[in-house]
Design a protein around this ligand. Structure first.
Ligand code: NAD
Length: 334
């Protein structure tokens, strides 16, 4: 066997953070802080997402891919691998399956394996929550939820913490699934009502869309001035949740500008010329104080939450530290 004279290939120590440990240490507050900070780092240029790979594998209707990046400020390098298996619910599993792999940015050596399923939900909810915190009217009272799948309750809980909402209205293609949103509202002591989409738009001050739709559900003419919309479902080419004409009326914000026009909700308005890409503002610029965000109560603000790898890496590296400190991790040498 060939060996190099004095270079070590000694095993590296790898930390394993199981799903349960992630749930124990990363709450909504930690996720919000991690996601807000990394959006700010992305906008200031100290953190960068690498091109996303996302492919239909031609089996089980699954979409599989990689989201990776490097955060120089936090010294976090890694990749989230996984995707979306729509048939998993029938097997008692969540449709999203993912694992975060972290590497030492100084050497490239593997440093951690982190369960990514819970973290994906909590970091996605944190993104829309960050957008509500920075862009919604301060006096927003009615929250509209479009979609009632696995992510929806995470979205709802995180959103409710951002403003003094006193009513939640919801719509889902399969109305029976709205029961899970109603249950969260009951627990929080907030009235919930199942409504039609036009009614939802007419009544909501903040709307979250979190579906797997491939056609517009929310039409521009239904949306009232002053609304903040967080489009969270569209994370792949072809998916669509809102009428592109909304883009003619709204100020557009996103996590990652390049991703918004390629795989985010903005892909459709950009393709039809309704949206000039230079109109899209990175929410990190608002967080950093470089852009004022909402300018007037009557403005419509739209946040295109495409979901970036750095969000996953931010919450995963936080989980490694916090779960490690509490002895909830396992370690092995590779
Ligand atoms: P899920 O499979 O549990 O639920 C899917 C939801 O979409 C349900 O409410 C369903 O009724 C609705 N739906 C599906 N097809 C529809 C259609 N044609 N018209 C209207 N509604 C339709 O999925 P989930 O885990 O709740 O995730 C929801 C979506 O969010 C997925 O598409 C997922 O890829 C996306 N997502 C985005 C991010 C991000 O960072 N932006 C992160 C995670 C998930």
């Amino acid at each position: 066997m060939e060996t190099s004279s004095n270079l070590s290939n000694a095993g590296c120590q790898v930390t394993v953070v199981p799903e349960e440990a992630c749930q124990a240490v990363i709450g909504r507050k930690q996720a919000f802080e991690a996601v807000e900070a990394v959006f700010a780092s992305m906008a200031s240029g100290s953190a960068r997402n690498f091109p996303v790979v996302r492919e239909a594998i031609g089996h089980a209707d699954a979409l599989y891919g990689f989201k990776s990046g490097f955060d120089r400020a936090g010294m976090v390098l890694g990749v989230k691998s996984g995707g979306y298996w729509p048939g998993n619910t029938r097997k008692g599993l969540t449709n999203h399956q993912s694992t975060v792999v972290l590497f030492d940015p100084d050497t490239g050596r593997l440093s951690a394996l982190v369960g990514g399923n819970y973290l994906t939900a909590v970091r996605t909810a944190a993104a829309s929550a960050v957008s509500i915190a920075h862009l919604a009217r301060k006096d927003a009272r009615v929250l509209g939820m479009v979609g009632a799948g696995h992510q929806s309750t995470f979205q709802l809980r995180a959103a409710l913490e951002q403003r003094n909402f006193d009513q939640v209205v919801g719509w889902n293609r399969d109305p029976e699934n709205l029961a899970r949103l109603a249950a969260v509202c009951e627990e929080q002591g907030i009235p919930f009502e199942a409504v039609s989409l036009p009614d939802l738009a007419a009544r909501s001050d903040v709307i979250i869309t979190i579906t797997s739709a491939f056609e517009p559900l929310l039409m521009s003419e239904w949306v009232k001035p002053g609304t903040h919309i967080a489009c969270m479902g569209t994370d792949t080419k072809g998916k669509q949740e809102v009428d592109p004409m909304l883009y003619a009326r709204a100020e557009i914000f996103t996590d990652e500008v390049a991703q918004a026009t390629s795989i985010g909700e903005s892909q459709h308005a950009a393709a039809t010329g309704i949206l000039a890409p230079e109109r899209i503002i990175a929410i990190g610029d608002v967080i950093n104080g470089k852009h004022p965000g909402r300018r007037a109560d009557q403005d419509i603000t739209l946040f295109d939450g495409t979901g970036v790898g750095l969000q996953d890496l931010a919450v995963a590296s936080m989980a490694v530290k916090l779960a490690g400190a509490e002895g909830l991790v396992e370690r092995f040498v590779l």
